[in-house]
Design a protein around this ligand. Structure first.
Ligand code: SF4
Ligand code: SF4
Length: 237
């Protein structure tokens, strides 16, 4: 089953330097990998756990944890501290890393993560003459990981086929996302929120309740967007 995800065109056009090897090595040194006392807070979806473990990652409660005994045990174990580069800067990364800087909100809207607006790839104004790309081009890999090549091409053609007026930028566009990926991304939001809340309340939201909440959120998006699916089918057939 596919679900309509609302895309903020204004957000998809925010200018970024691409998250490529050159920019990481020369400018940011992988500064987006946050560290805290207990884990790197890298979300690993249920369907990815075995795959990430086979690469050497340790996972606890859907979060990648540092290697016990290592100097910086709070950091992601795939991070090369000397270069700031990810050991797997490709499709082997957890989905949460591959879709960055985008996120899907609990209301089913594709947005740029707030924290990414504080990073060098957004803030830098000088590297290579300060020339950046709109997020939908510079981070096409992230959008393809979520929606696939066909849906990505539809978004690109839509944006490039219009004048960038305020009206156009404020009118949402819809892309099809599989229910399974919607579930994984929203579960990622809830897992990260749970970790934040645990700082204040060690008993936080339990795993079982988290899955129930996640399903409720996904189903309410499906319900809200149901009419749009109907409209599309009427047009096609
Ligand atoms: S997201 Fe931005 S700050 Fe983080 S590694 Fe990529 S380019 Fe650097
Ligand atoms: S898997 Fe790679 S991109 Fe993701 S947090 Fe770890 S080092 Fe960074």
């Amino acid at each position: 089953m596919f679900v309509k995800i609302k895309v903020s065109i204004r957000s998809a056009r925010l200018p970024f330097h691409s998250c490529g090897e050159k920019f990481i090595l020369e400018v940011c040194h992988g500064c987006c990998v946050s560290a805290n006392k207990e884990s790197a807070w890298v979300y690993v979806g249920d369907s990815e756990i075995k795959r990430i473990e086979s690469l050497g990652g340790a996972i606890n409660n859907n979060l990648m944890v540092g290697i016990p005994g290592e100097k910086n045990k709070s950091q992601c174990p795939f991070l090369d501290e000397s270069t700031g580069f990810c050991a797997y800067h490709d499709d082997r990364q957890p989905l949460g890393c591959r879709v960055s800087p985008f996120r899907i909100s609990n209301l089913g809207v594709l947005l740029i993560r707030k924290r990414n607006l504080a990073l060098k790839c957004f803030k830098d104004k000088t590297w290579q003459g300060g020339v950046k790309l709109p997020a939908y081009l510079g981070h096409s890999r992230a959008l393809i990981a979520l929606f696939g090549k066909v849906e990505y091409a539809r978004l690109k053609a839509y944006i490039e086929g219009h004048e960038l007026t305020d009206d156009f930028l404020d009118t949402p566009f819809y892309l099809d996302l599989s229910y399974a990926l919607l579930y994984e991304t929203i579960k990622g939001n809830l897992v990260r929120r749970r970790e934040q809340d645990r700082r204040d309340s060690p008993n936080g939201i339990e795993s079982k309740l988290l899955d129930v909440t996640c399903k409720q959120l996904c189903d309410s998006i499906v319900q809200e967007r149901g009419d749009l699916v109907e409209v599309k089918h009427r047009k096609i057939f």
